[in-house]
Structures are given as structure tokens and as C-alpha cells.
Design a protein around this ligand. Structure first.
Ligand code: SF4
Ligand code: SF4
Length: 191
């Protein structure tokens, strides 16, 4: 194949214009000699060996999950809890839906209903006939807890929420009101 004379000219033009105004020349250090390169590689190997040996003397940090669980800080935001008044047993949630409005993931569903003298569920005029949280969408931001004017919903410490189907991750009011199994240890002071 005959070389294209035009192409050859273009390449030489590029090399002659290599240092035009819009080209920034990269300043490189001097190429190390062979002995310097060997010395550097040897130094780097010694440093990495020192790091490895130092780690072998430390205690292992591996945690044998699920037999051992990582303790969480007291302010850790895990599984939600709905609360009742201790004395009366009435639900604290009045179905106002402020948590629904505050939830950025739109994963709370509340359907409110009126309390009646025969059927008093909460301490207010209304109660949450349906209260659901879709845990597969929740980002555990804690906005629902902050938005609730009655501390009816709080976030606990449990982070073990995995399940086999998405529908099982929709937590109903009954699940959220039930006493959760506290499986996650809290970090002690200074830990
Ligand atoms: S923690 Fe955040 S994302 Fe989860 S339900 Fe509450 S407001 Fe929604
Ligand atoms: S949990 Fe609180 S904010 Fe949400 S509906 Fe119930 S009372 Fe209102």
C-alpha cells in the first residue's frame, strides 16, 4: 500500500507545532538510573513488609457474624417502632400523616379513621387504621421520627431486616407496635 504523502505532512506539522500556545508541556523529573530504581523498589518493599509485620502483631478485627454482632452507637437509626401510652395502652399515633409528608422516600402509608367511644384506639380524635412502612424503600433518614409531634414513632437499633420477598418488607402497624426482638447490642461508653 502506498503511504499517503498528505498524512505524512500532517504528522510532521503536528510535531513542529507541538509547543504552540494551547499546548501545556508536562514537566517530568529526570529518568532514574537503574541503580536508583532498584534502590527505590527495595525501599518500598521493606516499607510494605514493615506494615505487614506490624499488622500481624495486632489483634484480629474480624467479627464472626451472625454469632457476633457489631454494636451500634445509641443514636443509630434502625428498625422503626410505634409506641403506646404505658398507662392506658392507647396508641400514640393519631394518624396525622406528618411523617408521610416528611418521608423523602415516600415509603410510609397512613390511613386515618375516627375514634369512637366504643372503639377508642388512640388518645386523639383519630387513629391510624393503616400504618405501613416499606422497609425496602426506607433510607433510614429519621425524618419520620423528627416530624412526629407525639413521639409515636421512633427508630430502634435493629439493622437485621433482610427477607426473601419484597412484600415481606412492608411492615404493618401490628409489626411496628409489637415489642421488637432487640438483637443488636449497643456500644458501651468509650468503645
Ligand atoms: S426513616 Fe426516612 S425514609 Fe425511612 S420511613 Fe422514616 S422518613 Fe421515610
Ligand atoms: S406516627 Fe406521628 S406523624 Fe406519623 S401519623 Fe402517627 S402521629 Fe402523625
Amino acid at each position: 500500500m502506498t503511504p499517503d504523502p498528505g498524512a505524512a505532512e500532517t504528522m510532521s506539522d503536528i510535531s513542529s507545532n507541538a509547543l504552540s500556545d494551547d499546548v501545556i508541556a508536562v514537566q517530568r523529573g529526570p529518568t532514574p538510573t537503574r541503580s536508583k530504581a532498584v534502590y527505590r523498589a527495595f525501599g518500598a518493599t521493606l516499607r510494605s513488609l514493615r506494615t505487614t509485620l506490624a499488622r500481624t502483631l495486632e489483634k484480629p478485627t474480624t467479627i464472626q457474624y451472625p454469632e457476633q454482632k457489631t454494636p451500634v452507637y445509641p443514636r443509630f437509626r434502625g428498625r422503626h417502632k410505634l409506641h403506646r401510652f404505658e398507662e392506658s395502652g392507647l396508641e400514640k399515633c393519631v394518624g396525622c400523616s406528618l411523617c408521610v409528608a416528611a418521608c423523602p422516600a415516600e415509603c410510609i402509608r397512613v390511613v386515618a379513621a375516627e375514634n369512637t367511644p366504643e372503639h377508642q384506639v388512640s388518645a386523639g380524635e383519630r387513629y391510624a387504621a393503616v400504618y405501613e412502612i416499606n422497609m425496602s424503600r426506607c433510607i433510614f433518614c429519621g425524618y419520620c421520627e423528627l416530624a412526629c409531634p407525639f413521639d409515636a414513632i421512633t427508630m430502634g437499633n435493629d439493622y437485621e431486616l433482610s427477607d426473601y420477598t419484597r412484600s415481606d418488607l412492608i411492615f404493618t402497624k401490628e409489626m411496628l407496635l409489637a415489642e421488637p426482638i432487640e438483637r443488636t447490642p449497643l456500644r458501651r461508653e468509650g468503645e
